[in-house]
Write a protein that binds this ligand. Sequence first.
Ligand code: BES
Ligand code: MN
Ligand code: ZN
Length: 493
Amino acid sequence: MAVKVEATAPQSAKADVIVVLLPKQKKGARVPFGKLDQKTGGLLGSALAAGAFSGKAGEVRSLLPADGKPAKRVVLAGLGNPDDVNEEAIRRAAAIASRASGPPSRVAIAMQSVPGHAKRAAEAAVVGFRLGTYRWNRFKSDAKKAKPWRLSLLTDARKAAAARAGAKSGEAAAAGAMLARDLGNAPGNYLTPTAFAKEARQMCRASGLTCRVLSEKQMGDLGMGSLLSVSRGSAEPAKLIIMEHGKKAKRPTVCLVGKGLTFDTGGISLKPPTEMDKMRYDMCGSAAVVGAMQAVAALNLPLHVVGIVASAENMPGSKATKPGDIVTAMNGKTIEVLNTDAEGRLVLADALCYAQRYKPSLVIDLATLTGAVVVALGKHMAGMLGTDQKAMDALSSAGVATHERVWQLPLDDDYDKAMRGRSADLQNIGGRNAGTITAAQFLKHFTDDLAWVHLDIAGVAYDDPSRPYAKGAGASGFGVRLLVRFLQERAAR
Ligand code: BES
Ligand code: MN
Ligand code: ZN
């Protein structure tokens, strides 16, 4: 449901909960939102005077106006130092406020004016609040049919236009991220490649995107022996899902490619049981692509964007690929599969080949590809490697703005040697060292020297340990907001 943007002062808002985002208040400064303070019998002033609320980052306080006016509850949330207030501070405060605002009702958000971009501030408030309310309780039988939140954003008249644009962009990005979370959280028995294709189709239909789904037969005819080698051991057939926006836009094409392993057992190179359940998240790269496509459509970005999802289930069935098997990718390159658990690169190889038919100006792939990236960067940043430095710089900035941060690692021919095959052109593992880099070197062989960026999101795709709008959500939706911001900037250049 759309956020209403209203040029209304908080004391006049019609809402059950009024959320007020405040930076740290200076000693002896006037009480902010004086009229709201008056109307609540001085609640804000006394909270500040008593030191019950100071505006520190992370701080939240619920105030209950005596006669329930102008709202049943006023929630104060801290933005931190006024000089350091940025989009992330707003997202975090709004998310923390959302936790104190339940159960779902009518909420009006007001923000003490902070320097900077009014559009992005409004966007951040919407994103933070929306994502903060995300719960994954599809399979909780006691989760009552939750009422929807009704959100309005209060602004002064001067900033109303900017706030409206920001709210719209925030709604689209947050909805995309929540779709990615829902897909990511769905367990392997519900979200098979076939079910994934159905979900993508539904999103495309609702968003006005074109959608094509290739069957295993069609992929076979295209020569996608690498991708198909991954689904051989599973009763669930692989799917290649292609979503397209802005075909007629006569603008440069960007392809977004996602790894979509709806479950990764490792195959014959079976994974150990500890935490194997987490491998339901092995389609989070693809989920981000689907979420981003939905947002791109909602914002009608003036770009030609093609989303390609390579979905399969990696199982050790009797027809499964065996270590030592040799397979041939769509571009004719042969691959020795030395470890069937290095399957992500095998599905991406053919998906990257397929992307070339769109003659893209840029290909970005997202994949929960290596455990090594979690060792290198932990759960706070995604690994980024690629051949287009300008695009990578732009992604870095978009990552800082959205706090979906990426950190560049090198590509270099010296690393490539590890991936050369003994009996075939390539092998799919490269030894203990630099696992994230060697995986990317492998992928590079299927990009035909196009401008290409690879994001390894294995560490950031789920179980976010810190961000208040992602914590406890399971799948984080990482990548959707990053891609949307990056594509917005690219469309504007
Ligand atoms: N899906 C995994 C990577 C992964 C690991 C994602 C941890 C999320 C958390 C991938 O398919 C995989 O198994 N990679 C192997 C590659 C190795 C066999 C070269 C890995 O990283 O151990
Ligand atoms: Mn694997
Ligand atoms: Zn995997």
